[in-house]
Write a protein that binds this ligand. Structure first.
Ligand code: 0WD
Length: 274
């Protein structure tokens, strides 16, 4: 019960496979209270299921593409956790990413458009800053922290990840700027760079299955990571055990990012023998 009595807002649950579902599960296991958000009525049912499973305090609409929706959501959060001597929240989880499907299919130079790029950056990157703005006062009241999810595509090229690589690079920069901006108020800001995991968002990336196969061959652990492993790392970063950590991008990817060329890769390209 590491987080008994602590309060977290979790965004980005779209199904039981969502990374946010596993994060909520980890937080709940350790006794945390949760408020879950959903972007629209289509997703609400699934978030209601999570709310039941994790005994959530409330389920609130929050479309991060709209400042008005974010404001209404945080007004609602404040009704639960913004009153009394112990007011405040201990953490906000941002597990949101989106780019139009045509942006994630084919040659980067050809596929990327101005509109696609704007949408990807708005929903996948700026929205983290928007949540930080909206939650600032409540987070400061309890020295809370912000956590987002990023991917290796921000620093290295992966097929079809395209404009999402740009958006994730921007998101990671925002982690550092937010950490600097909010550190004086005791608010920590971190990210987990997760290895590839089969979820709804991932299925929008062309050839994602093949990427899963290849990445498990390259990763030092010889496998991909699970939602639960990301959930447990999130639990650590959101907990008092990580009180000295901010502005950090923590890789939870079975070591994939540490490899440039390994013996295994040389074997794979038929170059095993000297
Ligand atoms: O391999 C993976 N699955 C990885 C995912 C590896 C590394 C990082 N990530 C990241 C994603 O980029 C994302 O930032 O983890 C985060 C969570 O993604 P997920 O768990 O893989 O995907 P999913 O279960 O689909 O949840 C993402 C959700 C949306 O799902 P859909 O499938 O409906 O697009 O983000 C939410 C929505 O619930 N979302 C929004 N929430 C509020 N407002 C909005 C929005 N405008 N748009 C999407």
């Amino acid at each position: 019960m590491l987080l008994k009595g602590r309060r977290f807002v979790v965004t980005g649950i779209a199904s039981k496979l969502s990374i946010a579902w596993a994060i909520a599960e980890s937080l709940h296991r350790e006794g945390a209270q949760l408020i879950l958000t959903y972007p629209n009525d289509k997703i609400k049912k699934r978030v209601d299921m999570a709310a039941e499973a994790f005994d959530a305090v409330a389920v609130i609409e929050c479309d991060v593409g709209s400042d008005e929706s974010i404001q209404v959501c945080f007004d609602e959060i404040a009704k639960h956790w913004g009153v009394g001597d112990d007011k405040g929240i201990d953490g906000i989880v941002h597990a949101i990413g989106f780019a139009p499907a045509d942006q994630l299919d084919g040659d980067f130079t050809q596929a990327t458009t101005r509109e696609g790029s704007q949408i990807a950056h708005d929903i996948s990157s700026y929205s983290f800053v928007a949540l930080a703005k909206a939650g600032r006062e409540l987070l400061a009241a309890r020295q809370g922290s912000l956590l987002t999810l990023t991917y290796e595509g921000s620093i290295s090229v992966l097929p079809n990840y395209n404009v999402m690589g740009m958006a994730k690079a921007s998101l990671e920069a925002s982690v550092r700027y937010l950490a600097s901006s909010l550190g004086g108020e005791g608010i920590r800001v971190n990210a987990i760079s997760a290895g590839p995991i089969r979820t709804l968002a991932a299925s929008g990336i062309k050839s994602f299955r093949r990427m899963l196969d290849v990445s498990e061959k390259i990763a030092p652990l010889g496998r991909n990571v699970s939602q639960e492993e990301v959930g447990n790392a999130a639990l650590f970063l959101l907990s008092p055990w990580a009180s000295g950590i901010t502005g950090e991008i923590l890789f939870v990817d079975a070591g994939f990012n540490t490899v440039a060329i390994s013996e295994k890769i040389m074997m794979m390209v038929g170059d095993g023998e000297q």
